[in-house]
Design a protein around this ligand. Structure first.
Ligand SMILES: Cc1cc2nc3c(=O)[nH]c(=O)nc-3n(C[C@H](O)[C@H](O)[C@H](O)COP(=O)(O)OP(=O)(O)OC[C@H]3O[C@@H](n4cnc5c(N)ncnc54)[C@H](O)[C@@H]3O)c2cc1C
Length: 415
């Protein structure tokens, strides 16, 4: 068994630590923050096999350009002369073809299902301290065009063996006893589930801590030392740490960290916002995506979270309040009597989705090194794919046969 350093304490890093620990390895997690906030905490909380279409898909570039024209749309790229962004954009555009999408659906579908099953196993093993509920997820729409598109997607889902149920507006309303729903209809994906991501992070963290996994918190990675084909040390602002194996799971900062090792990785940060309303008087029963507006609505016990937007504007960009307001407006438009008001700006959360150009994660070893595993780029599916990613990382490090073919997640696939 090896000593493994996991760089990054987001949901991907913690799930890698969880499975590595289960596999008998000695694990140290190095995290710049304190594992109390960040992208893995404020997200919408869906574990969603319904999202089997990769981010890069036909029509997305045209739709994105159309959205760019409006300050309140759910998508924005800050125009800038940045070589990494240009390379990423060109690769994204190429990978959005029908042929690439069709090639990428089966592995994405397989890892989503693997992860969904492992998330339930994790709940059974750790206890459901994270409000996981298996009610499925609605795709709700208001327009006939979106309805047609969603029904096409439901047919595609059926061809992959994913169950869907189509509801008209009355049927959707019957599922919600407390709030009024103003939609044309919706499609329910019963396989999806939802949970409170912050509580999940806390649960895994507590489990790992009490089972001997070491945490080196408030410690920033600033470089590495190498000996031949091996990484020998990680250099941090709190000193150097040695290990046999190194897993890099630093989310949207992954390309910054891999650069210390001379490894270029195409990845952009996709900023999104969420607002959480605690203990509201009348809440949704069903989680739902408001498809026309790309807004996610998640009841979490007595709380309600709404989130959305995708801003590719770098890691330092300010909050764009107009886009946050659009999330809120969409929610009120679909659920007119929701008892919530727009929060003050300090209550608005944001995080960064680590976007690979094709929407598939990077999971695997890099050919330059014998003891380095990359694990990131999970885009809008990091929570959904975390359990499977952790398991695959453990299998790679343990030299085992992986639970699925990971060729599609090759970390050097664009080279
Ligand atoms: C609004 C929104 C809604 C979303 N909803 C969903 C959803 O419903 N379902 C879903 O599956 N996904 C969702 N996502 C996506 C999901 O949140 C991400 O894919 C996931 O959290 C990424 O996890 P990660 O561990 O890779 O990255 P992070 O959570 O960002 O973790 C990376 C960690 O690495 C640390 N780090 C970075 N650099 C260094 C360094 N130099 N040294 C030490 N540590 C470092 C960071 O501090 C950070 O804690 C959503 C995202 C957003 C923004």
């Amino acid at each position: 068994m090896s000593k493994v350093i996991v760089a990054g304490g987001g949901v991907i890093g913690l799930c890698a630590a969880y499975y590595l620990h289960k596999g008998g390895h000695e694990v140290v997690v190095i995290e710049r923050g304190d594992i109390q906030r960040g992208t893995s905490f404020g997200n919408a909380g869906y574990v969603s096999p319904s999202h089997f279409i990769p981010l890069a898909s036909p029509g997305i570039v045209a739709k994105g350009l159309q959205w760019m024209l409006s300050a309140s749309s759910p998508f924005y790229i800050k125009p800038r002369l940045d070589l990494d962004l240009i390379k990423w954009g060109l690769t994204f555009w190429r990978r959005s073809s029908k042929s690439f999408m069709e090639k990428n659906i089966p592995p994405l579908n397989e890892i989503l299902h693997l992860s969904r099953a492992l998330t339930s196993d994790m709940r059974d093993e750790l206890g459901n301290h994270f409000r996981m509920e298996e009610l499925g997820c609605f795709m709700l729409y208001k327009s006939a065009t979106t309805e047609k598109h969603e029904i096409e997607l439901a047919k595609e889902a059926a061809s992959l063996g994913i169950e869907t149920k189509i509801f008209d507006s009355k049927g959707v309303q019957e599922m919600e006893s407390e709030v009024e729903v103003n939609v044309r209809g919706g499609i329910l994906y019963p396989i999806d589930c939802h949970l409170h991501p912050g509580d999940l992070m806390q649960t895994i963290y507590n489990y790992l801590q009490s089972n001997g996994v070491q945490f080196q918190l408030n410690t920033a990675i600033e470089g590495f030392e190498k000996v031949g084909r091996k990484v020998s040390k990680v250099i941090t602002d709190k000193g150097d740490f040695t290990a046999d194996e190194f897993v890099l799971a630093t989310g949207s900062w992954l390309p910054i960290v891999t650069k210390y090792l001379g490894v270029e990785l195409l990845l952009q940060a996709g900023k999104g916002y969420s607002m959480t309303f605690e203990n509201i008087e009348r809440n949704l029963r069903q989680p739902a995506i408001l498809v026309d507006d790309r807004v996610a609505m998640t009841p979490m016990g007595g709380d309600l979270r709404m989130g959305g937007t995708m801003e590719i504007s770098g890691l330092q960009s300010p909050m764009l309040i107009k886009r946050v307001q659009s999330i809120f407006n969409a929610a009120k438009n679909y659920y007119p009597n929701l008892p919530v008001s727009f929060p003050s700006s300090e209550k608005i959360w944001w995080g960064w989705r680590p976007l690979s150009p094709d929407g598939l994660p990077y999971i695997g070893r890099h050919s330059k090194f014998d003891n380095l595993v990359l694990s990131g780029g999970h885009a809008m599916l990091g929570l959904s794919l975390a359990a499977a990613t952790g398991k695959l990382v453990e299998e790679i490090i343990g030299g085992k046969k992986t639970s699925m073919d990971i060729t599609a997640f090759n970390v050097e696939r664009y080279n």
